[in-house]
Design a protein around this ligand. Sequence first.
Ligand code: UD1
Ligand code: UDP
Length: 363
Amino acid sequence: MKVAVVVGTRPEIIKMSPVIRALSSRDIPYYVLHTGQHYSYNMDRLFFEELELPQPDYKLDVGERFRGHGAQTGEMMKGMEEVFKKDRPDVVLVQGDTNTVLAGAITASKLHIKVGHVEAGLRSNDRSMPEEINRILADHVSDYLFAPTQGSRENLLKEGIPDERIYITGNTVVDAVYQNLEIAKKREDVLERYGMKEREYALITAHRQENVDDRERLEKIVGILNSLPIPALFPMHPRTANRMKEFGLSIDNPLVKVIEPIGYLEFLVLISKARLILTDSGGIQEESNILHVPCLTLRDNTERPETVEAGSNIIVGVDPEKVIENIEEILGNKEKEIKMRSAAIAFGSGDSAKKIVEYIIGR
Ligand code: UD1
Ligand code: UDP
């Protein structure tokens, strides 16, 4: 039994880290293939260092050289096919919904290698999102579908995927949070370093293609930040930084501090001590639920409806008036804030990686 673990972007490195640890601790032969979709130090290597992951055995360096979905995905497939033929695994594991996932799943399935999709069955029901297309296609060529929740299992069943391929595992993000939060908390000076005070700031991220590549939507997000009534920290994704420059937009609110993307340990501390989160990230909707911090999602839909049902997350869109109204309601209504903070954790108890690895070796 040999496993190939495919990663390419920041969230995949974070959410695959518990799986890599579980494979290592059971002495299961595996290798890590990195497509290089993310390549800047603080979107990539920083996470390998912080999470003490082994260096990738194969690196394709696609992200910096190939832009555009077709070119990027095609080049990844070409590179992965060479690796999988030379060093043939029994199972290829992919995680999430990026172009790396699509490329890994299709390449492996064409070589008749079993595909395991970690975080299978999420659906926003919005096919204009590149991630939705990637998820659907990856799920339909996968042999093992590791669905985080009952809801994601049902999404798969509705599309005709046989139940015997689906295994509910929880989400490995819970493992990642629990494995790293204690280490992270030892970094006592994080808030001081960024000039924030516990429970007095908002933590912001925004990077979705449909939000930041669309001038009008990005202008609205900037409008929200320019009227934000509390101090805020915004580690800005490189995609967003590029678009801000291209569209000539700037954040003029002195309460909002824009910084480069930061490491996972600092980011976990910043989530756990925030008053609220404003984000369009998938992973951060989950982490705010796990760490009991109210989340307002700057999108029109979510593939994580469990966070909304649990009560930790509200889908607010990007209309400045509506979003500020929602923020003020949380800031001014203790009862509502406490209710959001006490929402149940929706993604399992932190043993997802163990379940995934045990399932694979049992095949
Ligand atoms: C990708 C995923 C998205 C995921 C996100 C995580 C797809 C279709 N999208 O989006 O689902 O939420 O990763 O962050 O796979 N860039 C850098 N340095 C980097 C990485 C990116 O400067 O290390 C810049 C480049 O200009 C690049 C742009 O960001 O062209 C977008 O990167 P890309 O990987 O294409 O998409 P993301 O927006 O990061
Ligand atoms: N994250 C981080 N540093 C940052 C911003 C985010 O470590 O500056 C982490 C965050 O905790 C989460 C993951 O990156 O685990 C989310 O990645 P992203 O939002 O890029 O992708 P998505 O989850 O939307 O696919």
